[in-house]
Design a protein around this ligand. Structure first.
Ligand code: SAH
Ligand code: SF4
Length: 416
């Protein structure tokens, strides 16, 4: 089940204009993959394969470690399972990850994968992008929650993509698994471990230490799949990326913010980008449905919020649009009383975009106002710009703008 989309309500005229694209349906492969199932779903699958009730817990435990500590890609690697069980499983299931359609490596080490998912519409495959960003003290994987996005923020490339569907929990977890495959980021067998043990615990140094759900899509419009998928990613006996190291970014789906706190429990980032409803309506049209006051109230009441668990407010720096020092002061007033960090994101241009990034001096001055008011105000260094992997530049290769669309966007920019 996916969170109901208000866009599908025929009587909701205002929201239909905001969330304008229909969702495509997921087409399940004939032989399903075990990758990404929750423990309960995995136990159920084992039941289908004839594993008796009393053995299921133990088998789930074993398979879980093979899948998420060792990154097994073949049932035959699972040497703690009997040969019979392995072949029984192989007849019914796979360990398939989403397929990599293309890989690009930036001069700064950022890697972007174009990922092909099952399903196509009019010959067009369902695709998402996933980006790995290495830093000195951590490695962050940016994952997607939807093919495209039903919203259309005016500065975001993903929002221009026509095709939209929700990812399954398996496809969400699959991005992390696939990135660990490509980066050889699994625990290697130790001679004494006998195969199924080792790794996943404290002191285990992995390249991917953090996950941000800041790729394609609006995660809170795919609530259940995101909750279940991130539950698997955070599981301490498997992929083991703790909830403190997972950040979910939302454009402000107010009714699901409290649920995200209680049911998902990861760190929250909110795409603010403007300090008045008038401007936010234009930049993030969802604001017309959930205006600033409601959004900030939801943030103030975010379950588990504390000085150690702050909300990150994201603010894209658009030259001459939202980057005045008066804006910076208003921003500080707006978030007053909320344990917060403010993350300034230099605007990343994309073909046909109608904005420019603020000048560097202006970003620095803006950041200073915020810093002087007592907030951390890091400026997000653009990464992987040369391969269009930076924030908001993601868009599947098959969905590049046509020449006519580019012209239309340019014309819009001129009349604005
Ligand atoms: N849909 C979610 C998460 C994906 S977008 C959301 O909107 O929050 C991740 C972040 O990148 C958001 O803060 C988004 O506003 C920002 N972003 C989108 N397009 C951008 C662009 N062209 N330049 C810089 N940041 C952008
Ligand atoms: Fe969707 Fe987020 Fe892009 Fe807005 S910024 S169009 S919500 S992906």
């Amino acid at each position: 089940m996916t969170a109901p989309l208000a866009a599908t309500q025929p009587d909701d005229v205002a929201s239909a204009a905001i969330e304008r694209r229909p969702l495509e349906r997921y087409v399940a492969p004939a032989k399903p993959s075990l990758v990404g199932l929750s423990r309960a779903a995995l136990a159920e699958a084992l039941g289908v394969a004839g594993v008796p009730d009393r053995q299921r817990r133990m088998r789930v435990h074993q398979i879980w470690r093979w899948l998420y500590v060792r990154g097994a890609q073949d049932f035959d690697e699972m040497t703690t399972l009997s040969k019979d069980l392995r072949s029984e499983l192989a007849q019914r299931f796979t360990l398939a990850r989403p397929e990599i359609a293309a890989e690009q490596v930036s001069v700064d080490g950022t890697r972007k994968w174009l990922i092909r998912l099952p399903g196509e519409v009019a010959g067009q495959p369902h695709e998402v992008e996933c980006v790995y960003i290495p830093e000195t003290d951590r490695g962050t994987l940016c994952i997607s929650s939807q093919v495209g996005c039903t919203l259309n923020c005016s500065f975001c490339h993903t929002g221009t993509q026509r095709l939209v569907r929700n990812l399954t929990p398996g496809e969400i977890v699959g991005q992390v698994v696939l990135a660990r495959d490509r980066l050889a980021d699994w625990t290697q067998p130790s001679p004494a471990s006998g195969g199924g043990k080792g790794g996943g615990g404290e002191g285990d140094k992995r390249l991917i230490s953090n996950v941000v759900m800041m790729g394609m899509g609006e995660p809170l419009y795919n609530f259940e799949a995101v909750r279940d998928g991130l539950g698997v990613v955070a599981d301490g006996e498997g992929l083991s990326i703790s909830k403190r190291r997972i950040t979910l970014s939302t454009s402000g789906v107010v009714p699901n913010i409290a649920r995200a706190g209680t049911e998902i429990g990861v760190m929250l980032a909110v795409s603010l980008h403007a300090v008045t409803d008038e401007l936010r309506n234009e930049l993030v049209p969802l604001n017309r449905k959930y205006p600033l006051r409601e959004l900030l109230d939801a943030c103030r009441n975010y379950p588990g919020l504390s000085n150690a668990r702050r909300i990150t407010f994201e603010y894209v720096m658009l030259k001459g649009v939202n980057d005045s020092l008066a804006d910076a002061r208003a921003l500080v007033r707006l978030v007053k009383g909320i344990p917060a960090k403010i993350n300034l994101i230099p605007f990343n241009p994309w073909p046909g975009s109608k904005y420019e990034c603020s000048d560097w001096e202006q970003i620095e001055k803006f950041s200073e106002v915020i810093f002087n008011a007592g907030y951390a105000s890091p400026v997000r260094a653009p990464r992987g710009r040369d391969i269009l992997a930076a924030c908001g530049q993601l868009k599947s290769a098959t969905e590049k703008l046509s020449a006519r669309e580019r012209l239309a966007l340019r014309a819009m920019a001129m009349t604005d």
